[in-house]
Ligand binder design. Structure first.
Ligand SMILES: [Zn+2]
Ligand SMILES: [Zn+2]
Length: 388
């Protein structure tokens, strides 16, 4: 694949309409005449007999010239950038107006495609279809009583978008040498003076002491598919709620999977992504080394980690996103497009919370009243009720 490759179209051989990836049939299909075309393993099973997902050597790749790399998505798209939250999304060129899937804003402006964008090498195709995503969204919106009454009406108007989110995944072998002082607890009997009945008396007590001894060791581990979300359009904390993605189900990138879907462009580049992954791996190594220190406690832990066999993949993972503003704040609802796991944020109605508290107190007071009435303590119940 070279940069001169022409973007592709996927017209329907029967009627000429554009074919789109359909998660329910797992085919490229035509909305107009129902034609279906197999993609990937279903089309050429012989190519998929062994895992075809390549891990690339990170440092060799960073040395390569731009011309050697595959760029873009290999399919005709246009890029739109959200003026409000900064997310840049590739959309179908036929789409004339759109709103930002990440913040619901319609301040989106068309942008020239980013020539330097590294092409994804693999992805997990959408498996949850729109109908399912929308149905779950509506069910979820209706759940719970502590939310504003107009929530369903307001949030129900926001659209739900199927977006491929960009990730870097890194593999690395970590080897960590550590040294520390290992602390062993022991107890000593100490004598001290105390005042008892106005007299000075000598007493004893057990005191914990620590004996420090030098210690050292090595920890080795292979890290597989450390996942780094390559933008900040969805807060990582929120995104982690719909993890995991089963990355063993990645398929080689094929632009046909993107047909009819949006793809967010990465904003955290490969080198920056690696820095984040490196820190995450080194933090984990430090924790693992700390656990190896013998004794009851430790101090002055020094860890030196070497990382080798570092490889990466640029992957796209499927997520359904609905973003709806409520009283000036944007709330999000996410569906893992592979597993269907959902997570969403809802505003809280404090008036409803207050009403619920009052109702609970009244019920409690009534219960107390009936329990105490027989024993002549009825006034106690009325007192409580009065307090409510
Ligand atoms: Zn057709
Ligand atoms: Zn936005």
């Amino acid at each position: 694949m070279t940069t001169t490759e022409q973007p592709q179209h996927f017209p329907c051989p029967q009627c000429g309409a554009e074919l789109n990836w359909d998660p329910s049939s797992r085919t490229l299909s035509c909305d107009f005449c129902g034609y279906q075309q197999a993609v990937g393993a279903d089309e050429r099973p012989e190519d998929f007999a062994r895992p075809a997902i390549k891990e690339r050597d990170l440092f060799a790749f960073l040395q390569e010239s731009q011309a050697q790399k595959a760029h873009g998505y290999g399919v005709e798209t246009k890029s739109v950038k959200c003026e409000k939250c900064g997310a840049t999304v590739s959309v179908d060129p036929k789409v004339t107006s759109t709103e930002c899937p990440f913040c619901g804003s319609n301040l989106v402006l068309e942008q020239a495609p980013d020539e330097a964008l590294i092409r994804p090498e693999s992805l997990i195709p959408f498996q949850v279809d729109r109908e399912t995503a929308v149905r779950r969204y509506r069910e979820w919106l209706g759940k719970g009583w502590f939310h504003p009454g107009d929530l369903k009406k307001r949030a129900g108007q926001s659209r739900i978008y199927g977006v491929y989110l960009p990730f870097w995944t890194f593999d690395a072998h970590a080897s960590s040498d550590w040294r520390a002082e290992a602390g062993y607890y022991y107890y000593e009997t100490e004598t001290y003076w105390a005042t008892e009945d106005g007299k000075q008396v000598q007493k004893t007590r057990q005191v914990r002491r620590t004996r420090w001894e030098p210690a050292w060791g090595r920890h080795e581990q292979f890290y597989d598919d450390v996942l780094i979300y390559a933008t900040q359009s969805v807060e990582p904390k929120l995104l982690e709620r719909i993890y995991p993605f089963d990355t063993s189900k990645l398929v080689p990138y094929d632009p046909r999977y993107l047909s009819g879907w949006q793809a967010e462009q990465y904003q955290i580049g490969l080198e920056e992504g690696w820095k984040l992954a490196e820190k995450r791996i080194k933090d984990k190594e430090r924790d693992a080394c700390a656990k190896q220190v013998p004794g009851d406690t430790y101090r002055n832990l020094q860890v030196s980690t070497r990382l080798s066999k570092v490889t990466f993949k640029h992957v796209l993972l499927p997520v359904w996103i609905a973003s709806y503003p409520y009283k000036g704040k944007v709330y999000r609802y996410l569906v893992n497009g592979q597993t269907g796991k959902i997570y969403g944020e809802k505003p809280i109605s404090w008036i409803r919370v207050a009403i619920a508290v009052v109702v609970v107190l009244i019920i409690l007071a009534i219960v107390v009243y009936f329990l105490t009435r027989g024993g002549g303590g009825g006034s106690m119940g009325w007192l409580l009720l009065g307090a409510v």
